[in-house]
Design a protein around this ligand. Sequence first.
Ligand code: 5GP
Length: 188
Amino acid sequence: MAAKSNGKLFIISAPSGAGKTTLCREALKRFNDITYSISYTTRKPRNGEQDGIDYHFITKEKFKRKIESNKWVEWAEVYGNFYGTSAEFLDTCLASGKHILLDIDIQGTMQIKKRYPDSVTIFIMPPSLETLRSRLESRGTDTRQVIERRLEIAKKEMGEKDLYRHVIINDQLSSAVSELIEIIKSYH
Ligand code: 5GP
């Protein structure tokens, strides 16, 4: 049975390097009634990432125990690491009427949509694969091998954009931000 909710769920997905983190940050600055869902992950923190702010960083063992005890509303394995959203967090926020922004991948989005069919799904597209490559390279956080793998996955993900209710092409950051804000506003 679908869970009843008062708050609205906004789900943003994008291939790695499409500018999703910046867009999410801008949306959160603009709407102070939207809470960001901090995911749990087994991947190691990148430079500058803080536990409890960017992610809750946990061990694989702990993550798997939470799978067994049904603690995730959704979870997925992405690039060899586990990522998940706390069911308790989501249910508590929604029940108290809070709107939530989730930054999760396509697998996770499909799981959430089953339980919360009214979720507003937004896919961020990079202008091209070449742009994505140069963004990933200039970010300097991943090895060549990781970048190639991310590009391969990005290609596949971009082919699945039609599973989302809204698609934004992040060519110019400022116009992508305005587009995202307009979409969110239209549901407020
Ligand atoms: P990154 O490691 O670059 O921060 O994230 C890798 C991918 O994992 C991104 O596509 C991001 O949206 C996705 N991701 C982050 N948190 C979650 C989560 O809780 N669940 C799912 N399914 N994907 C997530």
